[in-house]
Design a protein around this ligand. Sequence first.
Ligand SMILES: *[C@@H]1O[C@H](CO)[C@@H](O)[C@H](O)[C@H]1NC(C)=O
Ligand SMILES: *[C@@H]1O[C@H](CO)[C@@H](O)[C@H](O)[C@H]1NC(C)=O
Ligand SMILES: *[C@@H]1O[C@H](CO)[C@@H](O)[C@H](O)[C@H]1NC(C)=O
Ligand SMILES: *[C@@H]1O[C@H](CO)[C@@H](O)[C@H](O)[C@H]1NC(C)=O
Ligand SMILES: *[C@@H]1O[C@H](CO)[C@@H](O)[C@H](O)[C@H]1NC(C)=O
Ligand SMILES: *[C@@H]1O[C@H](CO)[C@@H](O)[C@H](O)[C@H]1NC(C)=O
Ligand SMILES: *[C@@H]1O[C@H](CO)[C@@H](O)[C@H](O)[C@H]1NC(C)=O
Length: 300
Amino acid sequence: MILWLPILLFIDHLTGDFIPNKNDYDAYGSKTAFNDHFLVQVQNDKNPSTFLLHFAPYENIEESLECFIYFPNLTNHYVHSVGVGRRQTQTERHFFFVGESVNDQVGAFIGLVKYNGTEKESLPCSLNLSYHLQYLHSSHYQKHYILGVDPRGLIAYGFSNEFVLIFEAQSTDTLESWNGNLTWPDASFVPHAVDISEKFGVIAGFIYRANSTNQQYDPVIYLINFNSSGHPIVVDEYKPVATPGTWQALLTNSDANTYSAKYDMSASINENGDVLVGMQFINRVFLFAVNITNPINLTY
Ligand SMILES: *[C@@H]1O[C@H](CO)[C@@H](O)[C@H](O)[C@H]1NC(C)=O
Ligand SMILES: *[C@@H]1O[C@H](CO)[C@@H](O)[C@H](O)[C@H]1NC(C)=O
Ligand SMILES: *[C@@H]1O[C@H](CO)[C@@H](O)[C@H](O)[C@H]1NC(C)=O
Ligand SMILES: *[C@@H]1O[C@H](CO)[C@@H](O)[C@H](O)[C@H]1NC(C)=O
Ligand SMILES: *[C@@H]1O[C@H](CO)[C@@H](O)[C@H](O)[C@H]1NC(C)=O
Ligand SMILES: *[C@@H]1O[C@H](CO)[C@@H](O)[C@H](O)[C@H]1NC(C)=O
Ligand SMILES: *[C@@H]1O[C@H](CO)[C@@H](O)[C@H](O)[C@H]1NC(C)=O
């Protein structure tokens, strides 16, 4: 058995299989999402991955308002993130998720679960559920594959360095995807966090910079709009620059190409167009203002 180990590691290295670290619950993305009506939480320690659905109210947690959703097609799949529209109505009880298959070549996926029972209907909700799943078979292992959901919960966007995709709640049989380099101004951009509002979105991540003496990853924040075909397009950017002489200025983040919790980021937009972006590796939260009637500038 000991002889096999280096060989397996070698093969793994060659194929770039995704072997998630399931001991860290929060790794690779947002495992919980909620709005005023329900909360969803993914449990990747189960195989198939399972979702816990919990209906409001959230005070005095009642188990009768809770159920587990077993999605058989998610055997040997790992869910990076779950997402809901923050302004879905009480009768729109559906959620999105993105992830990758583990140890095989099915690729990246995006999915949707809809619950159409009434609230008073008896749980567990194994009935009244419909499942939708689309694969991007051509994708390789994505260290960072994030999910953005529009406030009404109609459209979900999948973002990675390699691809960008659009998946709609009303037409789950189709998946629109294209190469990431058509959207990212810098083809090395690796997205770490996103939020989508009615009119615009904000995505934070890293871009790669190399010269003859060193290589490093620099943080960048993109403002996105949507063109008439609904595709996200980058219209402005902000690159945090550390003050010379501070510990932040000495960072090269040269290991930011592999997943590490310290490089997790956050993005959040409110209804006035105020934007918060959090970057814990530099101990910073950035506040921007975006004009919601003309969202073309990310004003620091
Ligand atoms: C939910 O499932 C139950 C049991 O199959 C069924 O009686 C009920 O009509 C369903 N509700 C909806 C909204 O489909
Ligand atoms: C609810 O979903 C189930 C399963 O997909 C479906 O059979 C049923 O027609 C749906 N009911 C309503 C009211 O949409
Ligand atoms: C789940 O897998 C089965 C068998 O491969 C397939 O027929 C079905 O369409 C899949 N369901 C979804 C929602 O992808
Ligand atoms: C984008 O990536 C694809 C696939 O890697 C490549 O074929 C294409 O030349 C790239 N386009 C640009 C503009 O870099
Ligand atoms: C390479 O980048 C480092 C850090 O940004 C910089 O200090 C150095 O001068 C650069 N070297 C060259 C040859 O451009
Ligand atoms: C929207 O942007 C995409 C690139 O992501 C481009 O292919 C498409 O042509 C654009 N549509 C319009 C109407 O400009
Ligand atoms: C926002 O944009 C609109 C349209 O361009 C403009 O009329 C308005 O003055 C802007 N608001 C602010 C606070 O800059």
